[in-house]
Design a binder for this molecule. Sequence first.
Ligand code: SF4
Length: 355
Amino acid sequence: MTRERQSVSTPDPDPGGLVPRTGMPAVPPLPPRDRSPGDPLPPLRIGVSACLLGQEVRFDGGHKHDRWLTGTLAQYCELVPVCPEVEVGMSIPRESVRLEGDADSPRMVAPRSGVDWTAPMNAWSRRRVRELAAEDLDGFVFKKNSPSCGLFRVKVYPDKGMPARGGRGLFAAAFAAACPLVPVEEEGRLEDARLRENFVERLFAWRRVKDAFAGRWARGGIVAFHSREKYLLMAHSPRHYQELGRLVARIAQEPPAAFRDRYLGLYMEALGVLATPRRHANALQHVAGHLRGRVTDAEQKRVLAVIEDYAHGLVPLVVPVTLLRHYVELLEVPYVRDQVYLNPHPRELMLRNHV
Ligand code: SF4
């Protein structure tokens, strides 16, 4: 027998019949951040599923505190908690919800009571995403598997048959669609050292590239920006690096807005390609090439041997990068001294100790 669905047009005061409710007060939007080129970088501003910050907002009144987020990343970021289910008006605790129907356009339903939250969650998500976009977020970390927050492989229950992991939480889907360039990740995937390093690298990269195009940007500033990013881009995707280079060569001929949009899209797409040890080794060898004639042959050989060790998995990336940085800073090697690749994120995060 099919149960009749009860859809919610405004937030139901007690959809699952579960009291007490604590609810979250309406979240006041954070002020936008107007900056001009040259202003000091403010801390990154990262949206986070609120339960990952230890807030007891889950359906069972619990949380999923992620200590790396609050203990480590929080030192460099302002974390902005968002709990879609509580902010849309669900209670704590509450009947859990799940995705049902078509994975491309799923419904959000509380299966026991039959309450359908799809319309209010989609409407609230659109509104909240607009607010978050205006707050100039630098990234978002979502809770995995959630019908609201899950970014990848969320379970969807079809009308007939077994559930499949092919969906995306309704809020996560709205955010990703409205802010396609903003780096997003799930907390579960951040346990993988390479994905974690890539995500943090993209957070800082997105901040830098937005800063480069802030206000009345000048062509010369963008050419200099692109030049500083050379080896970082090469470590991710030589193909994108070349394409960006061709685009920058035409900067004077392109309408500024079209150029900016094309550059931003290609740049973030490039950094979304995971850097491999082979491509890192290639970038490192290019950096090492700038030492030639400034160090002895023995020192040059030693540097290349350490890069080889890294390429063969014998030492982590931090080893050749630290060695190169040492020579580049000591000898004040022009051009590579300013390369972001040698310092893409705070060293204290120790992200390159594990890749
Ligand atoms: S996963 Fe998302 S909706 Fe669920 S409790 Fe956490 S923040 Fe709230």
